[in-house]
Design a protein around this ligand. Structure first.
Ligand SMILES: Cc1c2[nH]c(c1CCC(=O)O)Cc1[nH]c(c(CCC(=O)O)c1C)Cc1[nH]c(c(CCC(=O)O)c1C)Cc1[nH]c(c(C)c1CCC(=O)O)C2
Length: 364
């Protein structure tokens, strides 16, 4: 059973995700607990990124930092962790290199390299630190705002596992999917199983909403997205609620799919089983609302780099975006179109929140 935590004082994002009318649009931003916050850099100190993820006390402290700084502006917390904890749980080594990003010393380049992957993944054992961090964060949050759990989507995780890190061309991942389509589908299925178990168990630990990050969706053609990404995204949405019930975890929670760059698939994503679809900044909000047509709540979508453009630029963008989403009385969760970047001034993010709230109220 899920533990008893204090009742929620602010459930705005859950109501918006369910498509209910709300008094104002809820707000949070992807990567809100990260390097743009001086308190994050201080708490992390010189420590290795993944050792911070594995320290539930520190991970929960970092999760709460944006909630404290932007009190009364921010309507959700997202657990401090990373999408690459799943390849680690499957048996792969992953390091986070300072200023360079993730690095896999032994990526999957040949089919034989799959031997390093475990046949049976012990999600509870391998990822217990995430569940502990979620439980501790729920306690510390004391019902202030809901806590979001997350996972990387199978295609994005597979790309990292094959590329061994970030990539410009995705040459290795593409070689693999086109050369070994059958093995690719088997591997995507194995990753999907782990994602389903991981998400369900995050809810059992206390996550009140879930997001699936398909950060590299835009690297695929529409046809290849339908082959190598969408079926697994759909399976996750279909099976997580069943698994939560099987485990005695109560009612399912709202789920968000963020498939960055997959603007061509918005219509299909609206029917993929998720309550919320995250949009990057390549979408026009009004056009996206028309496509969604009430099927899902949309989340997004200001280009995070507008935050570098100063206050006038932020104001003019949020006014346009709030209008495009119809002011957010229904069907909109405010966010950026991708994660916030390290050099943003935290006061400019505050301005983004304040101006969005003002602009949304002005639309109503
Ligand atoms: C692709 C991806 C990753 N991780 C994640 C994604 C999907 C979202 C996206 O597309 O941006 C998701 C993620 N990563 C992190 C969170 C924590 C919660 C939050 O959003 O505040 C979340 C939700 C912390 C992090 N994950 C990482 C940091 C910075 C590393 C550090 O502090 O040393 C943080 C705070 C590192 C990371 N982790 C990853 C990369 C590519 C990098 C390096 C690039 C970068 O530095 O931004 C993989």
């Amino acid at each position: 059973m899920t533990e008893a935590f204090e009742p929620l004082k602010n459930d705005l994002i859950l109501r918006a995700a369910r498509g209910e009318p709300v008094e104002r649009p809820p707000m949070w931003v992807m990567r809100q607990a990260g390097r743009y916050l001086p308190e994050y850099n201080q708490a992390k100190g010189g420590r290795d990124f993944f050792s911070v993820c594995r320290d539930p006390e520190l991970a929960s402290t970092i999760t709460l930092q944006p909630i404290q700084r932007y009190a009364n502006l921010i309507d959700a917390a997202i657990i401090f962790s990373d999408i690459l904890v799943v390849p680690q749980a499957m048996g792969m080594a992953v390091e986070m290199l300072e200023a360079k990003g993730p690095h896999f010393p032994h990526p999957l380049r040949k089919l034989e390299d799959m031997a390093q992957l475990k046949e049976e993944v012990d999600v509870v054992g391998e990822l217990s630190y995430v569940f502990d961090a979620i439980r501790l964060t729920r306690k510390k949050l004391a019902g202030q705002v809901p806590l979001i759990g997350f996972v990387g989507a199978p295609w994005t995780l597979l790309s990292y596992m094959i590329e061994g890190g970030g990539s410009r061309t995705f040459m290795f991942a593409k070689t693999w999917i086109f050369k070994y389509p059958r093995e690719t589908r088997d591997l995507l299925s194995r990753i999907t199983e782990v994602c389903i178990e991981f998400l369900a168990r995050q809810v059992l630990a206390g996550a009140q909403m879930l997001q699936v990050f398909d950060s590299w969706a835009g690297e695929l053609s529409p046809h290849d997205f339908r082959t190598f990404a969408l079926p697994y995204i759909r399976q996750i949405a279909a099976r997580v609620p069943e698994r939560i019930r099987e485990l005695g975890g109560g009612e399912p929670v709202p789920m968000t799919i963020f498939a960055k760059g997959a603007w061509y698939a918005l219509d299909e994503l609206c029917d993929s089983g998720y309550q919320v679809v995250g949009l990057d900044w390549t979408h026009d909000p009004a056009a996206a609302m028309e496509i969604a047509n009430g099927r899902v709540t949309l989340q997004g979508n200001m280009d995070p780099n507008v935050l570098y453009g100063g206050r006038e630029a932020i104001t003019s963008a949020v006014e346009r975006i709030a209008k495009g989403f119809g002011g957010g009385k229904k069907g909109w969760i405010v966010n950026l179109g991708h994660g916030i970047t390290p050099l943003v001034d935290p006061d400019d993010l505050k301005w983004f929140f304040e101006e969005t709230r003002r602009a949304a109220a002005g639309c109503q």
